[in-house]
Design a protein around this ligand. Structure first.
Ligand code: ATP
Ligand code: MG
Length: 372
């Protein structure tokens, strides 16, 4: 289901790209996003000069990220709005190019997203790049935040929960709650797909969790009795590597997700976690690069590869393949598509094999499909 485009992007059907190569389509999509640079009055416009002033005023004390491409700071505007300013390092002029590329992709995704999907991401400012690149290059977006919640990178959350045996709070959640967390991650990924985009950098520092998870030990008693009261909402940042695809986007006639087996060896071990995506109107399969989050979700939520000899049902013996399946189901449901039978079968085989290895009583699960 395509989301409603906002702002001045050209109508999807006007792009007439049916016979273009993927590279030509990419270029045309980029041009379309560029052409939409004449932002609507409702859009939030920020200049390089403003962004630089906010970045400097924020100071190092407000640095929230620092990497090879630059530095990210948060800043409270006098208006009361929290913003994030990213400074891009200007080595060989790349800083300006990197800032423009990210600002454009982020804005295109935002314009193509509906209200629900916009909750998964920060609002980007429509940046102007009026200054000389030597003066620095900046992007601005809203700070993701919510009352009563903290924002953690997935990595921070995972490391905190797994750091000591006295934590492992996520293991203690109900299986239903864990399934919901996996499906919600898949639904967040579907928001990226609905914007006809691949993020291409979904690692544990760019996938964030808005959460009431007790990061401080002092808060632990709050959840002593009820681990299911821990809320995790998925967010995504850093559109620096994103590819914004051309329209017409999700093919309404395609009933199934598509997936790429070409990257996988022929073993179903490799197939169960194959990248999956959606079919666009030209029958191209647009697939998000494989991401590490499902693999990392497994040990965060379940006791990894534990002995299953005492398990009564497959629910007592969850495998990494089950986690992949739930994420994929969340993705497919949000796109209103079916999961291809061969992909589902490979995942099920992998789950059975893993359960058999862990001494699951019926040798891995005969007829019944595993954990639902
Ligand atoms: N809109 C936002 N709201 C809240 N936090 C954000 C936002 N954007 C970025 N961050 C935080 O800043 C960090 C760095 O941002 P981002 O990933 O966009 O930059 P980067 O170029 O990858 O830098 P780094 O190498 O530090 O990851 C993120 O991991 C996240 O913790
Ligand atoms: Mg990043």
């Amino acid at each position: 289901m395509a989301s409603k485009a906002n702002g001045p992007l050209p109508p999807l059907t006007d792009l007439k790209c049916a016979k273009l190569s993927p590279e030509q389509k990419r270029q045309k999509a980029a041009a379309a996003a560029d052409g939409a640079g004449a932002a609507s009055s409702a859009e939030w416009k920020v200049t390089q000069a403003e962004a630089k002033a906010w970045f400097v005023a924020a100071g190092e004390a407000n640095t929230i990220g620092q990497g090879a491409y630059g530095e990210t700071r948060k800043y409270l505007l006098p208006s009361g709005r929290w913003v994030v300013v990213k400074e891009f390092i200007a080595i060989g002029g790349f800083g300006r190019e990197g800032a423009q590329r990210e600002a454009k992709a982020h804005l295109a995704v935002w314009r193509r997203s509906d209200e629900l999907c916009r909750q998964c991401m920060a609002e980007p400012a429509a940046m102007s790049f009026e200054t000389n690149p030597n003066e620095g290059s900046y992007t601005v977006q809203s700070l993701i935040r919510a009352d009563g919640m903290t924002l953690q990178t997935f990595e921070e959350l995972r490391d905190t929960d797994l750091e000591s045996a006295s934590r492992l709070l996520m293991h203690q959640m109900s299986t239903e709650k864990k399934i919901d967390i996996c499906k919600a991650y898949g639904a967040m990924r579907a928001c990226i797909a609905k914007a006809h985009t691949t993020h291409d950098d979904l690692h544990s520092g760019n996938v964030l969790c808005l959460t009431n998870y007790p990061m401080d030990d002092a808060q632990l008693p709050l959840y002593a009795e009820n681990k299911d009261a821990i809320v995790i909402e998925w967010r995504v940042v850093d559109w620096g590597k994103a590819v914004v695809y051309d329209e017409p986007g999700l093919d309404p006639d395609a009933q199934e997700l598509c997936w790429h087996s070409a990257d996988c060896t022929k073993t179903h071990d490799a197939t169960y976690n194959a990248g999956y995506g959606y079919v666009d109107g030209d029958e191209d399969c647009i697939v998000e690069a494989q991401d590490q989050i499902p693999t990392q979700l497994y040990p965060l939520l379940f006791e990894e590869d534990s002995d299953c000899s005492q398990a009564k049902t497959a629910k007592d013996c969850v495998t990494v393949a089950d986690v992949f399946r739930w994420v994929r189901e969340g993705f497919a449901n949000a796109l209103n598509k079916r999961i291809p039978a061969d992909l589902a079968a490979a995942t099920e085989r992998k789950a059975r094999e893993d359960r058999a290895e862990r001494k699951f009583p019926d040798g891995g699960g005969g007829g019944a499909s595993s954990v639902t």
